[in-house]
Write a protein that binds this ligand. Structure first.
Ligand code: AP5
Ligand code: MG
Ligand code: ZN
Length: 218
């Protein structure tokens, strides 16, 4: 199968992580979630984690400098050779420009930039109902996406679940402002380059996946 390099853009709670995990399984490409990478840094107590903790817990964006350095390292790693799905990067025009330069220097083309479009008013409920498996990271939702057997992870059988510290109503409001002000301009940035596809994210999870795969397989 051809190497696929994809960017997912979408608001907090829009379904980027849910879809990226499915695409990772279906296409054998790596999900690079900058949010997950930063949260791992925080829980391991690393220097990076210390640096970004307050910013993330306040729902604000980490500096472009830190993020660009971090993603370049991941894109050069072996795990990205067979393709990648960027989930949560780029998030500003500066990040997008730096990514373009980096990809060109390394002779990597993007196959698609996919915007998962979800109206703001649905996002608070999506986020406040979210939880995930502590063992394998599989994401769930109290209403929309429960494990098949309550209390047991479908993927790994784990029985421990966690909720994110930034998943409260107050922080979500800041995250939405950050998205609308700093990230949504990327949509016209990529539309102008001619690689943007917009998917309706306000439909069943499996239907969203189907729409994304139609774009990728076209
Ligand atoms: P990040 O972890 O990327 O958070 P986010 O963008 O706010 O997005 P989420 O992970 O909350 O949502 P998602 O789109 O993945 O939704 P999910 O699939 O889980 O970033 C966190 C923080 O890190 C940022 O605030 C910032 O501080 C920092 N950061 C990260 N990258 C950065 C960067 N590049 N620059 C600067 N700072 C950066 O779905 C949500 C819920 O809804 C789940 O429960 C799911 O089961 C459910 N769901 C999913 N799809 C559907 C559907 N179709 N119908 C019903 N329910 C659904
Ligand atoms: Mg996510
Ligand atoms: Zn699990």
């Amino acid at each position: 199968m051809k190497v696929k390099r994809i960017i997912l853009i979408g608001p907090p709670g829009g379904g980027k992580g849910t879809q990226a995990k499915q695409l990772e399984a279906d296409y054998g490409i790596t999900q690079l979630s900058t949010g997950d990478i930063l949260r791992e840094a925080i829980s391991s107590g690393s220097e990076l984690g210390e640096k970004v903790k307050d910013t993330i817990e306040g729902g604000n964006l980490v500096s472009d400098e830190v993020m660009i350095g971090l993603i370049k390292e991941r894109l050069l790693a072996n795990e990205s050779r067979s393709g990648f799905i960027l989930d949560g990067f780029p998030r500003t025009i500066s990040q997008a420009k730096a990514l373009n330069v980096f990809l060109a220097e390394n002779e990597m083309d993007l196959d698609a930039v996919i915007e998962i479009n979800v109206p703001d008013e649905l996002l608070i409920e999506r986020i406040t109902g979210r939880f995930s498996c502590s063992n394998c990271g599989q994401g769930y939702h109290d209403t929309f996406n429960m494990p098949k057997v309550a209390g047991i992870c479908d993927e790994c059988g784990g029985t421990d679940f966690t909720r994110r510290k930034d998943d409260n109503e107050e922080t979500v409001k800041n995250r939405l402002v950050a998205y609308n002000e700093q990230t949504s301009p990327l949509i016209s940035f990529y539309r102008k380059i001619g690689i943007l596809s917009v998917i309706d994210g306000n439909q069943d999870i499996k239907l969203v996946t189907k729409c994304i795969k139609e774009v990728l397989d076209a």
